[in-house]
Design a protein around this ligand. Structure first.
Ligand code: UDP
Length: 483
């Protein structure tokens, strides 16, 4: 079997969270469009809500070379509603999924001994165990990393360096101290901008161990896929390449996916949705946006895992309302902790919200950010949201919650100059001022920089753009790995 020429067959295996699955489905479709067979391995608890998302399912049903497969994960809840459950889910995957996955790849249904063997594995970069399984199964592996490259470089790949230099764990509380041990970001990153996993103050924390394992696994893979474009992450990519020489920057993946889909399938406008959102989107906000003035609306969303307390909710709410900008706010069920009760919200806040606000539980975010009425985005700085905002030239107010978001927001403020980082603060006056600063049109440098980056993002996905070239390289690599 080993020397036989096989059909190219990729296994894509995302971590079981809304954002990474959404992003991995885009990669899957890009590969399907090139005729490559794709098996998309979802763990059971994240696949369940997707089964109800008929638009997404019917789009993928059109590809004879695509199939979903599921694997148990030991996670009972259907919706992991908050990021503090991240390690709980990853631990369950480690105990339940890992041995099943190994069996599947080494001797089971997707192994070299099977009818249609997998020829290249593309697991999420959080699955550090995948590289050993790939070696055991004699299958090349390319990691797909869906966090921001700035955080990947400073806090993940360099965590052993940070520990050796004594930068992690933090001694003392000076969060403004610069981190000088990581090449490339010496003048950018402070302690407070490192991935929040680095804020644990003892090395025995499972979060630290989780990332150190990743730091050792990623460079052992044959390649690394990132949702960015060369220009955007030019501060860290040349350094990262010394450790991982074969990097495919194929971002913004959602716009690359969109143009490739349009070019290949020529769908009618009613027929197509580009979204792979695991949860159902409330489309009513789009008609609300249609009624607003150009660039007048601030969009507020903290993604699929972040939460806020009732006190933080009220600070942000007052800040937004006091800025007097119309707002569209995604309030995901379960995202407000500490017993939020709408009856206890001051009546004047509710009244003013009725006048200028629209609140939904889940929005079609890519379409929202592309809408002419959107002038700013108050975000938790998740990497997908950040890239989606950059692609549309929308300036951001960043209120990072955890993980790579701490670094993404620093890059937004300090490197790309397209927004304001409110990290570690939550005060209504600051929110109000920041929203005004990024949205008011007089000499708005944030918008000017945002337009420049959006143009570079657009160039990167043209036929001769860097992201299209990297996607072509990735496809060529997969096509050659046939035996
Ligand atoms: N998203 C969406 N509707 C919403 C809020 C978010 O479709 O109402 C999508 C958004 O477009 C992005 C993803 O959910 O692709 C969130 O990913 P991100 O990395 O920003 O944050 P996470 O949810 O992983 O914390």
């Amino acid at each position: 079997m080993d020397h036989q020429t096989l059909e190219p067959h990729v296994l894509i295996f995302p971590i079981p969270f809304q954002g990474p699955v959404n992003c991995a489905l885009k990669l899957a479709e890009l590969l399907c469009l090139s005729g490559i067979h794709v098996t998309f391995l979802n763990t059971e608890h994240i696949h369940r809500p997707l089964l109800r998302h008929t638009q997404v399912l019917s789009r993928f049903n059109r590809y004879p070379n695509f199939r979903f497969q599921t694997i148990p994960d030991g996670v009972e809840h259907e919706k992991p509603v908050s990021g503090d459950r991240f390690m709980e889910v990853m631990d369950a995957v480690d105990v339940v999924t890992k041995p099943l996955f190994r069996e599947m790849m080494v001797s089971g249904g997707l192994s070299r001994k099977s009818e249609r063997p997998v020829t290249v594995m593309i697991p999420d970069a959080c699955f550090s165990f995948a590289v050993d399984i790939a070696i055991e199964a004699s299958i090349p592996v390319i990691y797909f990393e869906t966090i921001g490259p700035g955080a990947l470089w400073t806090s993940h790949l360099n965590l052993p360096t940070l520990i050796e230099a004594g930068d992690v764990p933090f001694k003392g509380n000076d969060l403004d101290q610069m981190i000088t041990s990581v090449p490339g970001t010496e003048h950018i990153i402070r302690r407070r901008d490192l991935d929040s996993f680095c804020r644990f103050n003892d090395l025995s924390n499972p979060g630290i161990e989780f990332i150190v394992k990743q730091a050792h696994a990623i460079p052992r893979a044959q390649g690394l896929i990132l949702n960015t474009f060369e220009e955007l992450d030019s501060v860290v990519l040349p350094h990262m390449q010394k450790l991982c020489p074969n990097i495919y920057t194929i971002g913004p993946i959602h716009t690359l996916h969109k143009i490739e889909l349009m070019a290949n399938t020529k769908p009618s406008s009613q027929e197509i949705t580009f979204s792979n959102s695991v949860w159902k989107e409330d489309q009513t906000c789009m008609s609300w946006l249609d009624k607003q003035d150009p660039k007048s609306v601030i969009y507020v969303s903290i993604g699929s895992l972040a939460t806020m307390t009732v006190e933080q909710l009220l600070e942000i709410w007052y800040g937004i309302v006091n800025s007097r900008k119309p707002f569209l706010w995604v309030r995901r069920p379960g995202s407000i902790t500490g017993g939020h009760d709408e009856c206890r919200v001051p009546v004047e806040l509710l009244e003013r919200t009725k006048e200028i606000g629209c609140i939904v539980e889940w929005a079609p975010q890519e379409d929202v950010l592309a809408h002419r009425a959107i002038g700013g985005f108050l975000t938790h700085s998740g990497w997908n949201s950040t890239v989606e905002s950059i692609a549309e030239g929308v300036p951001m107010v960043c209120w990072p919650y955890y993980a790579d978001q701490q670094t993404n927001s620093r890059f937004v403020g300090e490197v790309w100059k397209i927004g304001i980082d409110l990290k570690d603060t939550c005060d209504r006056l600051q929110v109000e001022m920041a929203v005004r600063d990024i949205m008011d049109s007089k000499h708005n440098v944030f918008r000017q920089f945002a337009n420049t980056w959006a143009n570079l993002a657009k160039e990167s996905i043209t036929k001769t753009g860097s992201s299209s070239i990297h996607l072509g390289r990735l496809i060529d690599y997969i096509l050659t790995m046939r035996s």
